[in-house]
Design a protein around this ligand. Structure first.
Ligand code: FAD
Ligand code: DHB
Length: 389
């Protein structure tokens, strides 16, 4: 088979890139290791930046998001029995949209299918060949049969555990990593959200987050030990722990019910440089991971797609390689700022096993400065709603 762009990975990055390229008449084939149902069954991010929303509009995939997503113009932050509101609209004039990654992915699959886009599921043994030449190709197996795609470029959108990053030789690739000594236990429950805006809570028992997907679907997280397993936590134990970590007036109105999903995510900061090797470009989680505090994971994947799409679009329109040559630098410049924000917000909100009394005082000082200082609020709001592309 032949295509212009071989896209490895049918998560949000790969699908969005494929759909955007399609709007400019650029062909792609998406290779996904799992089934569509499996990809749609993963419960992940929930907060979308405006830049991402604009990309989805450009891709023709934003109708349901605008109809069903919640516009949030602020968020609540609680600590030590206090709670304050960070007003995004006041500081940036921009809200965020609460709309689940599952729904974004479903909308992108629908659009790709409607346009007759080619997506191969259940692929195995994907190998990227000759990425450092002008004639790369990709081989893979499906139903036990070996296949080959010749292409102009390869987009590595295959997440943290994919093959694309590993294809870049070790003497070219540099990786930066920080692993956090705790995880997030998340549940989804068919109950009304405790509050109409998100609550990020720093408590002496650890972090908690109250989020949502719709009027009758809530998403809650609590910081947990890395050795915990989801099955160690009964629903009752989860609700009890969440209640203890959020302000009393919120705990009193929390509506509980059976969980319909329960999972634990470890927290990690990770960046690989460069994000391009020859004709291979890394996008999204294939190149970088943030701890989830502040919801930057999916949004940084979207900004990579934006820079890569712009580069490929101008290459096919004019033959100019300026956009693809500057891809890695532009993407990384924004990524590192999102890494800093996610690391800072995580550091301010969690309990660390080796935290000293001094460290705790620093957290409180950071929170009090944020609560009382407009410049600090503006800096946080600008980062939360998303830095410009
Ligand atoms: P992915 O969504 O990982 O998609 C990559 C795709 O590639 C997958 O479908 C995978 O099956 C496929 N693939 C992998 N290897 C291969 C291969 N060899 N061949 C073919 N296909 C392959 N972000 C937030 O902002 N908030 C959150 O609450 C949040 N929660 C998260 C919870 C978990 C458990 C995880 C793992 C991530 C979470 N994230 C969250 C991060 C966010 O979901 C990711 O940043 C986002 O999914 C990145 O999209 P992506 O398309 O780059 O990668
Ligand atoms: C969600 C996840 C986050 O990491 C976050 O900062 C906000 C919301 C969520 O899953 O809803």
């Amino acid at each position: 088979m032949k295509t212009q762009i071989a896209i490895i990975g049918g998560g949000p990055s790969g699908l969005l890139l494929s759909q955007l390229l399609h709007t400019r008449g650029i062909d792609s084939i998406v290779l996904e290791r799992k089934t569509k149902d499996y990809v749609l069954g993963r419960i992940r991010a929930g907060v979308l930046e405006q830049g991402f929303v604009r990309l989805l509009e450009e891709a023709g995939c934003a109708d349901r998001l605008h109809a069903e997503g919640f516009v949030h113009s602020g968020t609540l932050i609680s600590y030590g029995g206090e709670m304050f509101r960070l007003d995004f609209e006041e500081h940036t004039g921009t809200p965020v949209i609460v709309y689940g990654q599952t729904e974004v992915t479903r909308d992108l699959y629908d659009a790709r299918e409607k346009a007759g886009g080619q997506i191969e599921f259940n692929v195995d043994n994907v190998v990227i060949h000759d990425a450092d030449s002008d004639t790369p190709h990709v081989t893979y197996a499906v139903d036990g049969k070996q296949r080959r795609i010749d292409c102009d470029f390869v987009a590595g959108c295959d997440g943290f555990h994919g093959v694309s990053r590993q294809t870049i030789p070790l003497d070219v690739r540099r990786e930066y990593e920080k692993v956090y000594p705790f995880g997030w236990l998340g549940i989804l429950s068919e109950t009304p959200p405790v509050n109409h805006e998100l609550i990020y809570a720093n408590s002496e028992r650890g972090f908690a987050l109250c989020s949502m997907r719709n009027d009758n679907l809530s998403r809650y997280y609590i910081q947990c030990s890395l050795s915990d397993k989801p099955e160690d936590w009964t629903d009752d134990a989860f609700w009890q722990e969440l209640r203890r970590r959020i302000p009393a007036d919120q705990a009193d109105k929390l509506v509980t019910g059976p969980s319909i999903e329960k999972s634990i995510a470890p927290l990690r900061s990770f960046v690989t440089e460069p994000m391009r090797w020859g004709r291979l470009f890394l996008c999204g989680d294939a190149a970088h991971i943030v701890p989830p505090t502040g919801a930057k994971g999916l949004n940084t994947a979207a900004s990579d797609v934006h820079y890569l799409y712009e580069g490929l679009r101008s290459y096919y329109a004019s033959g100019s390689t300026d956009g693809i040559d500057s891809y890695s630098g532009k993407a990384l410049s924004r990524i590192w700022k999102a890494e800093r924000f996610s690391w800072w917000f995580s550091s301010m909100m969690h309990r660390y096993p080796d935290q000293s009394e001094f460290d705790l005082k620093m957290q409180v000082a950071d929170l009090e400065f944020l609560r009382s200082n407009k410049a600090a609020q503006k800096a946080m709001a600008e980062n939360y709603v998303g830095l410009p592309y």
